[in-house]
Ligand binder design. Structure first.
Ligand code: MRU
Length: 374
């Protein structure tokens, strides 16, 4: 049981917001500009929300799903203002959902959120169009609010697994910026700090997009979590020196057998952990578990532009770019890798902690979460 200290390691960072009003907008924190500039984009065009997901204005599996839900709600609100025709509403919903489903392929939370929006619209089929559009706004807000609650639950479950003191490594950004707020892996660390554990976070910089250096490091500094930034290739040496006692990462999609897709480089951390006898924890809500994927081989892995590898600085749309590789070299840039379930010590969800073999507990947790929503 964790005793919370008076100090909360949570400054309510929110990557995306619904701003209500006669002309609602989706407000996104432009993560491409962090940590040097804090710029919010006010988006009144659903297509701009979709592009914001593809272009990494917002990123991180749960945050992508929430943004898509808001984008769909925005599109259908705007549609309802010009047409009260039920067939036209259904046709637009189909088109908009397909558009958001095409933004990024790996994070299953995106497709999960789109399915929820479709189901919400279906639950008020036959009702006036205004009411259906309002129902979609409510559903998107619920998805967002629920996600923050899930992160806090994962925080409590996960913090109990961490040692009272020592080093914990994390990869990519699975923090408030990647979720509705609070974070999955970083949420576990927030809760552990709040519970009085004397931890030190080792933040992998996470080449090539530098989510660790730019985003996780920023969250640690903002919330006062003791942390050190390292390049990805320093992790093994730190483990060899006994400075890391646990790893905790997020996930974009967990297969039914417990194989975990997460940011490229996660697999290497898991292999290093196994070699050094360090527990490797994954924190993700049940919306990240895809029971339709039997194992990791079925998870689609996004390939991103080679410029992310050849250039430094390309993430900021208006930033200076330094080319670090010669023209003409072949470049490979998969955004994610798959860590086999055999390397995972435990999977922390909002419903509790799953231990290997993962198939049964994961199924039970997903089914229990679905039952709760019905
Ligand atoms: O390409 P990104 O930045 O969207 O990748 C994000 C990750 O890999 C995160 O670790 C994952 O989405 C979990 S976020 C709680």
């Amino acid at each position: 049981m964790i005793t919370h200290t008076a100090r909360a390691y949570d400054t309510d960072i929110r990557p995306v917001l619904w701003i209500d009003g006669p002309e609602p907008i989706v407000r996104m924190l432009d993560q491409r500009l962090l940590p040097t500039r804090t710029v919010w984009l006010d988006l009144d065009d659903p297509e701009a929300v979709a592009r914001g997901i593809t272009d990494m204005v917002v990123r991180g599996a749960p945050a992508i799903g929430i943004s898509a839900a808001y984008g769909i709600a925005l599109a259908m609100h705007q549609h309802a203002r010009v047409s009260q025709d039920a067939d036209a509403f259904d046709a637009t919903l189909l088109r908009v959902c397909d558009r958001f489903a095409a933004t990024r392929p790996t994070a299953v939370n995106l497709f999960w959120a789109i399915d929820r929006m479709r189901a919400a619209a279906a639950s008020v089929a036959g009702r006036p169009i205004d009411e259906r559009a309002t129902r979609l706004i409510a559903e998107a807000r619920t998805i967002h609010d629920e996600d923050i609650g899930y992160c806090r639950s994962m925080g409590d479950f996960g913090a109990a697994l961490l040692p009272d003191e020592g080093g914990v490594i994390t990869h990519c950004n699975a923090g408030a910026l990647a979720t509705g707020g609070y974070g999955t892996a970083l949420g576990v660390l927030r809760s552990a700090f709040a519970g009085g554990k004397r931890l030190h976070v080792f933040v992998d910089e996470t080449r090539p997009f530098l989510q660790g250096a730019r985003l996780t490091a920023w969250e640690c500094v903002t919330d006062g979590m003791a942390a050190t930034l390292i390049t990805d290739n320093m992790a093994g040496s730190l483990m060899q020196q006994g400075k890391i006692q646990a790893a905790v990462v997020g996930s974009d999609r967990i297969a039914a057998n417990g194989d975990v897709a997460n940011k490229i480089g996660t697999y290497a951390v898991a292999v290093l952990c196994r070699y050094h006898g360090i527990p490797f924890f994954v924190a993700a809500p049940t919306s990240t578990v895809d029971l339709a994927c039997a194992d990791g081989a079925a998870i689609p892995i996004e390939e991103r532009t080679t410029r992310e590898v050849s250039d430094i600085g390309g993430w900021a749309p208006d930033g200076a770019v330094v080319r670090v590789a010669p023209e003409g070299i072949a470049i490979h840039n998969p955004a994610f890798d798959v860590t086999p379930a055999a390397l995972v010590t435990a999977i922390i969800t909002e419903r509790g902690v799953a231990r290997p073999p993962f198939a049964q507990p994961l199924r039970q947790m997903v089914e229990a979460a679905e039952r709760l929503r019905r």
